[in-house]
Design a protein. Structure first.
Length: 186
């Protein structure tokens, strides 16, 4: 299974690299990133779209027709629309979320920024996001682009990933560590 995860990541990276190069040639990096953000938001908001993207039950034709209609309604066009349709036609629509993450990492690197992923138990306020960005910038010495995720199972705290480093300050992890320590004692 670990091999398939690495392969999936490799496929998403290749698509993201191709999209990045095309967007850079067209001078459309900002527009492509905006369209990718819009499509990612659509996926996050709709359980039906999540199912369409992830499920192998739908045929390539069904996925292509559905995403074509969704893209048109959301007014997402150009390179992003073409890429999403190609992934659907090639039965690889499931890589789009990883592809978006990979593209955003490439775009951030191109701007001299460091991408960080933050997972919290509840949505963070703008003030907390600003404070987190400032703390990461002070620590790393570079501008930070944050991608935020919410995972209520964390109970509290944060998990911050920057490159290959991860800081897990979640209450869930601390409770699991305490539970493990109590088993060793007893």
């Amino acid at each position: 299974m670990a091999g398939s995860t690495a392969q999936l990541s490799g496929v998403a990276e290749r698509y993201a690299n191709a999209l990045f190069e095309l967007a850079e040639e067209d001078g459309a990096l900002a527009a492509v990133e905006k369209d990718l953000d819009a499509f990612a938001a659509l996926i996050a908001e709709s359980d039906d779209l999540k199912r369409l993207v992830r499920s192998p039950v739908f045929s390539a034709d069904e996925q292509t027709r559905a995403v074509t209609a969704i893209l048109a309604k959301a007014e997402i066009g150009g390179l992003v629309a073409n890429l999403v349709r190609v992934t659907a036609a090639n039965r690889r629509l499931f890589i789009v979320p990883d592809l978006i993450t990979a593209f955003k990492r490439l775009a951030a690197t191109g701007r001299g920024e460091v991408a960080a992923e933050v997972t919290s138990a509840e949505p963070l306020s703008d003030r907390h996001l600003d404070e987190l960005k400032a703390a990461l910038k002070a620590s790393l010495g570079k501008d930070i682009t944050l991608a935020t995720h919410v995972d209520p199972s964390l109970i509290g705290g944060l998990i911050v990933k920057v490159g290959s480093r991860m800081i897990d300050g979640s209450l869930k992890t601390k409770l699991n560590s305490l539970k493990l320590a109590m088993k060793e004692v007893g």
